[in-house]
Design a protein around this ligand. Structure first.
Ligand SMILES: *Cc1c(COP(=O)(O)O)cnc(C)c1O
Length: 380
């Protein structure tokens, strides 16, 4: 890779645009092994799904190429469950509290649904949510951990269940820890989308859809390769519900293709995670501490540490004094420096850059701190 592009120091963490996190050797070994045999992908999906459901103690699981893909497949399955066809151009809707909206709503839209936002960013009333659910509602989408006065998952599930509509949870910033995933099902979630490349440190193009096996069966049909003859197709059922005997044509998720190496790699990563949750974050956290030590006395910065509930690691906040000039220019100088450094910009509106430890490699902490000092000194 280094002969193609100049690598960056990734201070953002598990960001897709930066290629995610480094993989453990154990995960690589499992991926290499998976790629040396041929197998039926639907059988491998079912086998890995069963193992992961047992390990995570959730009703059932299905591996996808990420949480975003899992959301698309979840909504496609919900549309089918409600008697529709995601590819027929029908007017299906996904209902969501206004505060739960985020850029990954696109994943639901990709399955052919329109987003119906309910209430205001700071509050949604249960009655407003109930009134928004109708005959065209495919699913209710829920994102845990958002602030404000909104019906909790238990309330949302009760309302949705009354209308026969499944609840899809975007758990990408909520899982791991695994106990939180389990709590979503106790609170009534039907399907939960999980990222494989975030806290689980699985392959970057991996994720999980967890939940009701009959719904996962519908998701599988929307996802798997359907280059099959009716006469010889053998359907692997994930759930118990009887379904039509003919093979479908390719579904809306056929482009969300996944290889055996992602399936087996994610299983290996989650097995590793469960043996010692968070152990693979320790080295990066030491780099973070090294960066902190070298940055605390920089006059143009106010450095503070905060625990990220979403990613379960400490992060450094670098708050820039007014005298440092444009924060956007600083971001550019860091990106173009030697080494190149990329930091989190979620707080840029308040002149804050964030350092996440999860993707930091040995030596990155001091190098990152030196790059920040240099970029601050060379004001444009
Ligand atoms: C990261 C993220 C996703 C997408 O996860 P991928 O595994 O990269 O597809 C979806 N929703 C939220 C809230 C996220 O933070």
């Amino acid at each position: 890779m280094t002969s193609l592009v100049t690598p960056v120091i990734n201070g953002v963490g598990p960001a897709t645009r930066l290629g995610g996190l480094p993989l453990a050797d154990e995960v690589w070994a499992a991926m290499r092994d998976a790629a040396t045999h041929a197998c039926r992908m639907d059988e491998l999906q079912a086998a890995v799904g069963q193992r992961l459901a047992a390990l995570l103690e959730v009703p059932a699981t299905y591996v996808t190429p990420g949480a975003s893909a899992a959301l698309t497949l979840a909504v496609a399955a919900a549309i089918e469950m409600r008697g529709g066809d995601p590819l027929a151009g029908e007017a299906w809707e996904v209902v969501i509290a206004a505060a739960h909206r985020d850029p990954y709503d696109r994943a639901a839209q990709a399955a052919g649904a329109r987003i119906v936002a309910v209430g205001y960013p700071a509050s949604t009333h249960p009655a407003e949510l109930a009134a928004a659910i109708g005959p065209r509602t495919a699913a209710v989408l829920f994102r845990p951990g958002r602030g404000g006065e909104h019906p909790d998952l238990r309330t949302v599930s009760t309302i949705a269940r009354g209308a026969g509509v499944p609840v899809v949870v975007d758990g990408a910033l909520y899982t791991p820890p695994v106990a939180r995933l389990q709590s979503l099902f106790r609170d009534g979630a039907d399907l939960v989308a999980v990222s494989g490349g975030k806290g689980f440190r699985g392959p970057q193009a991996s994720g999980l859809l967890c939940g009701d096996p009959d719904l996962l069966d519908l998701a599988a049909i929307q996802h798997q390769d359907m280059d099959e003859r009716t006469q010889t197709w053998r359907r692997i059922r994930l759930g118990a519900r009887a379904a039509a005997g003919d093979p479908a044509r390719h579904g809306v998720g056929r482009g969300l293709k996944i290889g055996p190496e992602q399936l087996v790699g994610l299983l290996a990563a989650i097995e590793r995670y469960l043996r010692a949750p968070g152990a693979d974050d320790v080295a990066g956290i030491a780099e973070l501490a090294a960066a902190e030590e070298l940055l605390v006395d920089v006059p143009a910065l106010s450095v503070s540490r905060e625990f990220s509930d979403a990613l379960q690691v400490p992060e450094l906040h670098l708050d820039l004094a007014e005298s440092t000039g444009s924060i956007d220019d600083l971001v550019h100088r860091l990106a173009d420096g030697a080494p190149r450094v990329v930091l989190g910009e979620e707080g840029a509106w308040r002149r804050r850059l964030t350092v996440n430890p999860m993707a930091l490699r040995p030596g990155d902490g001091p190098a990152l701190a030196a790059a920040v000092r240099t970029a601050l000194e060379t004001e444009s």
